[in-house]
Design a protein around this ligand. Structure first.
Ligand code: SF4
Length: 354
């Protein structure tokens, strides 16, 4: 039996909270591991299903490496499933990597963020550039060939030169994928309470993004989504499900799901997740507007969306440099991605009015 479903398992543990991060996570304690894995397994059994991608996100899921084989043994996944674990460079030791590899994990997403020590210090990361580089080499020695690196853009102290160096260094490591994100100041974070000095302004931020796209392309990373770049066709099969409106099940506090046309999420509450026999979910949207979602999600991708008369009318009000029209499809240019929210709003307004 084939399946095109994704499974997301949220692991809400980190050694220490980074000052910019608003993902749900608490400080890791070893005694959480077994109980957490038990709760995940109870939910896997409860929902059932067969999956062709499994993604351990967080938090820092590699902290749970001893339990990941036990969890994966409970998942019914296809033979060629993509199984990803997010990692922090300083948690990637030989034993952890070997354990993951033997359990069937075949993709790692490494939170490198930058290969400039000054930027890493501003971001409160607990690893150096050298440690980040070594972690990828360790992963390759452990047999991982499909490795993604996170790269942060518009960080205080970042310069065009330091960004070029980070891209070049990441490229030399031979990773297959890069997720390049703009640093966003979220209200409930340390940075949200006290903005760090030296943040680039809006124009400089845009320049960093456009430079990253250009440099990544130069090094063979093809942009396929606003923040995602792949070499040799190694797209994130799991993340593509989010943008293509395929179904996915999310397990763990703060995890989101899309099943049977409904979107639902689990509260950000670790204790509740550990204590309940199955996770408590809240329906986010049980009346999903398919047309709107197709545009909102499809325009994140460089393959874009199919053109129609209403979209064409909306385009008359959008500057030409922000989009491309090719083979009956509309997609945004890198400049367009920077203002994608307003472009999408313009198109949706047209869809609803006409
Ligand atoms: S950025 Fe990653 S390591 Fe840092 S707090 Fe957030 S989830 Fe944890």
């Amino acid at each position: 039996m084939r399946s095109d479903k994704g499974l997301y398992i949220h692991v809400p543990f980190c050694r220490k909270k980074c000052p910019y991060c608003d993902f749900y996570s608490v400080v890791f304690r070893e005694e959480f591991s077994e109980k957490y894995a038990d709760a995940v397994i109870r939910n896997i059994r409860h929902y059932g299903g067969r999956f062709d991608t499994v993604y351990f996100g967080g938090g820092t899921p590699i902290l749970l490496y001893k339990e990941i084989p036990r969890i994966l043994a409970e998942v019914d996944f296809e033979e060629n499933a993509e199984i990803t674990v997010e990692c922090c460079p300083n948690e990637m030791n030989e034993i952890a990597l070997k354990t993951l590899r033997e359990a069937g994990v075949n993709r790692l997403s490494v939170g490198i963020q930058s290969l400039c020590d000054e930027e890493l210090a501003v971001l409160g990361r607990t690893h150096s550039a050298k440690e980040a580089e070594n972690s990828v080499l360790l992963a390759k020695n452990a047999g991982f060939e499909n490795i993604s690196a996170d790269l942060m853009l518009a960080v205080p102290k970042q310069t065009k030169n330091s960004l070029r160096k980070s891209v070049e260094g990441i490229s030399k490591l031979g990773v297959t994928h890069v997720s390049a994100y703009l640093l966003k100041i979220e209200p409930n974070t340390v940075f949200g309470k006290k903005t760090p000095a030296g943040l680039p302004d809006e124009d400089e931020t845009a320049e960093f993004y456009l430079l990253a796209v250009e440099e990544l392309e130069k090094h063979g990373f093809h942009q396929y989504e606003i923040s995602s770049f792949a070499r040799d066709g190694k797209f994130s099969r799991h993340n593509l499900k989010y943008w293509k409106r395929d179904e996915y099940l999310g397990i763990g506090p703060a995890a989101h799901s899309f099943r049977n046309g409904k979107r639902f999420f689990v509260e950000r509450n670790l204790r509740e997740f550990l204590e309940n026999s199955t996770q408590k979910t809240t329906v986010e949207d049980d009346n999903v507007n398919e047309d709107e979602e197709k545009i909102m999600l499809g325009l994140r991708l460089t393959e874009g969306v199919e053109l129609n008369e209403k979209i064409e009318k909306a385009l008359k009000r959008i500057p030409r440099r922000f989009y491309r029209v090719e083979n009956g499809r509309l997609s945004l240019t890198p400049e367009g991605f920077l203002v994608s929210n307003s472009i999408i709003a313009e198109i949706l307004e047209n869809l609803n009015i006409l």
